[in-house]
Design a protein around this ligand. Structure first.
Ligand code: GYE
Length: 312
């Protein structure tokens, strides 16, 4: 037997789990990091991972899930692009006795048995943290807010909107004057922000931007600068994810705060799946990741350096 053959046998033996991952796409820096971290976490555990990129389309996700079922994988991970419309395909996975784990976004269904667990942050809470920060920061001043929403119908867009509204509720000096989707992308964030600026007296009527993710905020910051205003001072900027680029912007005084979202959703998901497969032990229905607020006071350049390399 050659050394190569031995190494090959070893690798095959370690791959005791095959997992199919239906990923949304690569709309944001956070999403790209999640994909790379998922690969790293699979490799650490010797999991044979098959990733299907859905290019933002639910129909592609449904096809990919059907493909994984046909291949007889041991488990399926899904980051559901929108919250509704999963019952039929997840029912097929259930009939095939293949456990499904939701990553980073949740679904609306009347049958909780359609998935084993969901590894996500509390996206309502994230929005509330952002809203609370803004309330504290503006004090009694009147403040017109513009909001860049995430993908229409996605659980984080629905929940981050709600949480933020909860956060500013009862503070009548804070008012959301415009709210539109930027689809979680940098380019759309910039484009929609340009519209907001034009509609609000070149931006002079805007006191703060709340973006459902950092990438849209980064695009919007560019638009604010091009309009001749100073992001971070003329217009406060608060967003969610904690990608490296937002820490750079914070270090430059152009962004004010972000709420951290770990790109490592897959690590806990692999562990839960293995425990379930090996010992029949079902995980809790929700494995919640942390949400931490960062501001300019938190040494953004240091955090930037730390973040680089963690999948980003
Ligand atoms: O915040 C955003 C992404 O689903 C919670 O999706 C996730 C969001 C994340 O594209 O950047």
């Amino acid at each position: 037997t050659t050394a190569a053959a031995v190494a090959f046998a070893g690798a095959a033996g370690a791959a005791d789990l095959t997992v199919g991952f239906s990923q949304i796409g690569s709309e944001s820096g956070w999403r790209a990091a999640e994909t790379s971290v998922t690969k790293q976490e699979a490799e650490k555990r010797g999991v044979d991972l098959k990733i299907a990129d859905a290019q933002q389309k639910q129909e592609n996700q449904i096809k990919a899930i059907r493909g994984f079922i046909a291949q007889g994988v041991d488990g399926i991970f899904v980051a559901p692009v929108v919250a509704t419309g999963w019952d039929a395909v997840l029912g097929e996975a259930k009939d095939a006795e293949i456990p499904v784990i939701l990553l980073d976004r949740t679904i609306e269904t009347s049958d909780p048995d359609l998935y084993l667990t969901a590894v996500t942050s509390d996206t309502v809470h994230e929005g509330k943290v952002a809203g609370d920060w803004l309330v504290k920061t503006v004090g009694d001043k009147p403040c017109n807010i513009v909001e860049l929403q995430g993908t229409v119908g996605s659980s984080p867009a629905i929940n981050r909107k709600k949480g933020f509204e909860d956060g500013i509720a009862g503070h009548d000096n804070l008012k959301i004057v415009r709210s539109q989707t930027g689809d979680f992308t940098r380019s759309k964030g910039k484009e929609v922000m340009e519209g907001f600026l034009k509609a609000e007296n070149g931006g002079k009527n805007i006191c703060a931007l709340y973006a459902h993710n950092d990438d849209m905020a980064v695009g919007a910051i560019q638009a604010i600068k091009e309009a001749g205003l100073k992001p971070g001072t003329d217009i406060l900027v608060v967003s969610i994810d904690a990608v490296p680029d937002i820490f750079k912007a914070m270090a430059d005084g152009e962004a004010n705060a972000t709420v951290e979202l770990t790109p490592n959703m897959a690590g806990p998901a692999f562990d839960a799946l293995k425990e379930f497969k090996d010992n029949g032990k079902a995980p809790p229905k929700w494995i919640q990741t942390e949400s931490k607020l960062y501001t300019q006071a938190d040494d953004p350049m240091k955090v930037y350096e730390e973040k680089k390399g963690l999948g980003y």
